[in-house]
Design a protein around this ligand. Structure first.
Ligand SMILES: Nc1nc2c(c(=O)[nH]1)N[C@H]1C(S)=C(S)[C@@H](COP(=O)(O)O)O[C@H]1N2
Ligand SMILES: [Mo]
Length: 249
């Protein structure tokens, strides 16, 4: 497999922006501010902006390096982690419990057919399953099995604009995240309907989770209630708090 070589010049605009920020930080914040304020070298805003610019630069680098055909490793049934760890931005007892019979998956944005989908209709699409490793930024990983519809198949079925840049997700617990289109179309990205855990356990994302083994755990939304396609980066719950947006694993 041949991979396109990337060089720093591919990122000229981003680099220039970072350099400009560095220059501004030095001349305004560190220079002018220290003169004005005496001794504190503190300008959290400028530092934040610089780190944000570097993180966006890192997004571009990760996107350019992302190989849409490279597969995440697969594992055997015997390697599955039981019980599978639960995680969310709140404690376990507060995870939403959704009524599967009344559930409808909503669609919006750059999609031809936006009619909502019931769980039964999603089940009628071709199903696959895979055992992969979930990696959380908080420093743990676990191997689990997820089943469902290849996300590319679903995006084709609904007439999603695959030339658009982003796919965004809204969840029943007010969580949100978004991914780049190449990752959405990756052969292992699943609209998952089967989760780790015991039958009837809903905390791992019932009824719909987007399982993306090529991305960190927080880019894998659980309890998904709406999917949208857009050219404007939608950010997300952790992304808006400063986590790196691309976050490949
Ligand atoms: N709706 C929703 N999805 C979410 C989260 C969340 O808080 N809400 N947390 C994310 C994070 S940080 C992790 S590690 C995984 C945890 O998934 P699990 O409970 O299946 O292990 O879900 C991700 N998706
Ligand atoms: Mo996570």
């Amino acid at each position: 497999m041949k991979r396109r070589k990337i060089s720093l010049s591919d990122f000229r605009p981003q680099l220039e922006r970072v350099e400009r920020r560095l220059f501004l930080k030095q001349s305004l914040s560190l220079g002018a501010l220290t003169m004005l304020s005496g001794c504190t070298l503190k300008d959290e805003d400028a530092v934040d902006r610089l780190l944000f610019a570097m993180s966006r630069f890192n997004d571009a680098a990760q996107a350019a390096l992302f190989n849409p055909n490279k597969l995440a490793p697969l594992y055997s049934e015997a390697e599955i982690t039981t019980p599978f760890p639960f995680n969310a931005y709140y404690e376990e007892g507060l995870a939403p419990v959704i009524d599967g019979a009344r559930y409808r998956l909503l669609l919006s944005g750059l999609i031809e057919n936006k009619r909502p989908w019931s769980l039964e209709e999603l089940r009628d699409l071709p199903q696959v399953s895979q055992i992969t490793r979930h990696v959380c930024v908080e420093g743990w990983s676990a191997i689990g099995k997820w089943g469902g519809v290849p996300f590319r198949v679903f995006l084709e079925r609904i007439g999603a604009d695959m030339t658009a840049r982003y796919v965004g997700f809204r969840c029943a617990d007010n969580y949100s995240t978004s991914i780049d289109m190449p990752s959405a179309l990756h052969p292992q990205t699943l609209l998952a309907l089967d989760f780790p855990g015991l039958p009837g356990e809903t905390k791992y994302g019932f009824p719909v989770k987007i399982r993306i083994p090529t991305k960190l755990g927080f880019k894998n939304p659980k309890f998904v209630v709406e999917i949208f396609v857009t050219n404007d980066n939608p950010g997300g719950y952790w992304e808006d708090k400063g986590y790196n947006w691309f976050s490949g694993s």
